[in-house]
Design a protein around this ligand. Structure first.
Ligand SMILES: N[C@@H](CCC(=O)N[C@@H](CS)C(=O)NCC(=O)O)C(=O)O
Length: 249
């Protein structure tokens, strides 16, 4: 079981074959029996029983470290200090295998397994994590309807206005040159920077009235922007943010 304790961002720490992990997903009962038979051995050496039980119950995140959607979920798990098992996936054929399609039928990363619950769509995962660990760390989402309403509005804005444009810029300025070894298309960059500027004008107006997008506290909506913001650091698009003082504050 020790090889299943994974530093979230370290692919090198994953020692088991992905196919094997996926197969086991369909056979969790057998895995749990195996785990119970080994549990006492481990308890007597490096871990307490409680710690081992927590590890066995840890959720699994199937993802790719280059994927914005995966990083969104990783950021939420970190914000809530949730221990999880990271299962690295490649792009392409691996995502089309039957075992993986049972987790994400759109053959995309990420996928999230928490006990009996299997989720696809990264924002559904982050909401689930935020509610499940509501009392832990930063609140991220509210039960109070009035406080939650603006957070919901800006979560929709992020998903439907900001993300499609920001993702295109990440693809051109980070994925193409650094991963695909291709030149960015400057016309696509220019067109999307213009669109981003118009979206950020709306953000700027909002942030001149409230400290964070969802209100006076950092919430899931701010967190959802982090992976694209990180990717766009050091790229010309950074200037589009910096031209708006509340955005870059
Ligand atoms: N709306 C989905 C988007 C997932 C998505 O676009 N995943 C990309 C990586 S960021 C992917 O798996 N691409 C591989 C492919 O489409 O073949 C989510 O938020 O989970």
């Amino acid at each position: 079981m020790v090889e299943k304790i994974i530093a979230p961002t370290s692919e090198a720490a994953v020692t088991r074959d992905q196919d094997m992990i996926l197969q086991e997903e369909g056979n969790r009962i057998g895995e749990e029996e195996d785990y119970h038979s080994k549990r006492d051995d481990f308890a007597s050496c490096r871990f307490t029983k409680i710690h081992i039980q927590q590890i066995a119950m840890a959720p699994k995140l199937y993802g790719n470290i280059y994927s914005i959607a995966t990083l969104r979920v990783v950021a939420t798990l970190h914000e809530k200090c949730v221990e999880f098992e990271y299962v690295p996936m490649g792009f392409g054929p691996e995502l089309k295998k039957e075992a993986y399609l049972s987790l994400n039928p759109f053959d995309q990363v990420p996928a999230y397994v928490n006990g009996d619950l299997k989720l696809f769509e990264s924002r559904a995962m982050t909401k689930h994590i935020a509610f499940e660990h509501h009392r832990k760390g930063t609140e991220l989402l509210y039960h109070d309807l009035k406080k939650m309403a603006p957070v919901s509005v800006w979560m929709e804005v992020e998903a439907h206005q900001y993300d499609p444009v920001a993702t295109k810029l990440v693809f051109e300025q980070a994925v193409k040159p650094f991963i695909m070894k291709m030149k960015p298309d400057s016309a696509v960059v220019e067109e999307n920077q213009k669109k981003l500027g118009q979206i950020l004008d709306v953000y700027e107006a909002r942030l001149s009235k409230s400290k964070y997008l969802g209100g006076d506290e950092f919430t899931l909506v701010d967190l959802h922007h982090l992976p694209t913001l990180q990717y766009l650091q050091g790229k010309s698009t950074k200037e589009v943010f910096e031209a708006r003082p509340h955005m870059s504050a």
